[in-house]
Write a protein that binds this ligand. Structure first.
Ligand code: XLS
Ligand code: CA
Ligand code: CA
Length: 439
């Protein structure tokens, strides 16, 4: 097998004092944090689409990097296999155990779905072969139901029954391949499940139909032995003006309304949470308290830009607060997929490695610091104390639902007026975080 990433070694852990650009400073797979190895806390995944397919094209310019990986022609099965070779070499060199894919990231789409499916069979055989002797597996698979013009009005939410059938066929095949490659999860990201204008849209019907497609997917998935979680990946907009899975709260309401909550969890992407006007931590917390924190798309946006920039995670505050939520939730059943791309001017093969080293180190730091915050205990203690009035007699009654509006009203009348509810101490708590982050 020809080496694709020449001059790039297996990336070692060298620790925080290392100046070697091709070494981890914080991600030490075997280091034990709160009783578990870092590699178990952080099941990292490579996103096939960004890492092996995206060449830096944007609205204003073509590719800056060549991801043919030695294939003589792009968009061929030879190229598809070259991407597999490159991907496996890449994951092995970084110690990454998972990958995520859309159907059409793996193979070029043919005019006829029968031919596309035959190509998917061929490439998944090839991937299976590559997986042998490694512990690399699929984290999750999905069907791309947003790029092809047939999906201009959505997939589950399309106005065309024929397009709905086509979407069903793609989901079926993507599930087959996910199961074949040992996938832990299956994602629905509703990129075009939304609308441009309400003037032409039957929102109720579209939402019901999305749920129908999801139910069909669950039934089929379970029938072929898929034991993992289905995920909704919320995003408020882009490409559509409005997307139905706006944020975690909306998507959780949706899966509950349509009886999908036993099979679905959330795949929370940092950049999507911020596009929805939330913090990353917010959507993680909302998912976690509802028992629906499944998996994470690890990236970050840019607050100066209003779109989905899918940058590699660099912000240690956000990664720390993310890992704080993850640790509190008892970990993920999914993993951390780097749905991130190198910036357009970072066009060399080496940049791909720098990007993953950055992302993995950022999350490793986040994990280390989140564990310190929990072990330190000042935050937890403060929150506990903040609600302690509910441990008192009347508070206990409220908590247990063992009271009435009249009882509370006469309690208030006797009291006259309550004391102020206690300082929120935000600045103090933020200084605790800084103290732990930079000690
Ligand atoms: C796009 C989404 C997409 C999903 C998978 O914004 O992040 O890449 O993760 O379809
Ligand atoms: Ca994503
Ligand atoms: Ca994204």
């Amino acid at each position: 097998m020809k080496e694709v990433f020449k001059n790039i070694p297996v990336i070692p852990f060298e620790g925080k004092d290392s100046k070697n650009p091709l070494a981890f400073k914080y991600y030490n797979a075997d280091r034990v944090i709160m009783g578990k190895k870092m590699s178990e806390h952080l099941p990292f995944a490579m996103a096939w689409w960004h890492n092996l397919c995206a060449g830096g094209t944007d609205m204003f310019g073509r590719d800056t990097t060549d991801k043919s990986f030695g294939a003589s022609e792009k968009g061929t099965m030879e190229h598809a296999k070259a991407k597999v070779d490159a991907g496996f070499e890449f994951m092995k060199k970084l110690g990454i155990k998972y990958f995520c894919f859309h159907d059409v990231d793996l193979v070029p789409e043919a005019d006829d779905i029968k031919e596309t499916n035959a190509r998917l069979d061929e490439i998944s055989d090839y991937i299976l072969e590559k997986m042998k002797g490694t512990d690399i597996k699929c984290l999750w698979g999905t069907a791309n139901m947003f790029s092809n013009p047939r999906f201009m009005n959505g997939a589950g939410s399309t106005n065309s029954a024929d397009v709905f059938c086509f979407a069903a066929a793609q989901v079926k095949k993507a599930l087959d391949i996910t199961v074949k490659l040992g996938g832990r999860g299956y994602v629905f990201w509703g990129g075009r499940e939304g609308y441009e204008t309400l003037l032409n849209t039957d929102v109720k019907f579209e939402q019901e139909n999305i749920a129908r497609l999801m139910h069909l997917a669950v039934d089929y998935g379970r029938s072929i032995g898929f034991k993992g979680d289905f995920y909704i990946e919320p995003k408020p907009k882009e490409p559509m003006k409005h997307q139905y899975d706006f944020d975690a709260a909306t998507a959780i309401g949706f899966v509950r309304q349509y009886g999908l909550d036993k099979d679905f969890k959330m795949n929370i992407e940092a950049n999507h949470a911020t596009l929805a006007g939330h913090t990353f931590q917010h959507d993680l917390r909302i998912s976690a308290i509802n028992g629906m924190l499944g998996s994470i798309d690890a990236n970050q946006g840019d607050t100066l830009l209003g779109w989905d920039t899918d940058e590699f995670p660099f912000n240690v505050y956000d990664a720390t607060l993310c890992m704080y939520e993850v640790l509190k939730a008892g970990g993920l059943t999914g993993g951390f997929n780097f749905d991130s791309k190198t910036r357009r001017p970072s066009y060399t093969m080496e940049d791909m490695f720098h990007a993953y080293i950055l992302g993995m180190d950022t999350f490793a730091l986040g994990l280390i610091k989140a564990a310190e915050i929990i072990e330190d205990g000042r935050l937890d203690e403060f929150v506990k104390e903040r609600y302690s009035s509910y441990n008192s007699e009347i508070g206990k009654k409220i908590r247990s639902g063992n009271t009435s509006l009249s009882e509370l009203a006469s309690y208030a009348e006797k009291m006259g007026k309550p004391d102020l509810p206690g300082s929120g101490r935000q600045e103090y708590l933020e200084s605790v975080i800084n103290n732990i982050l930079f000690n």
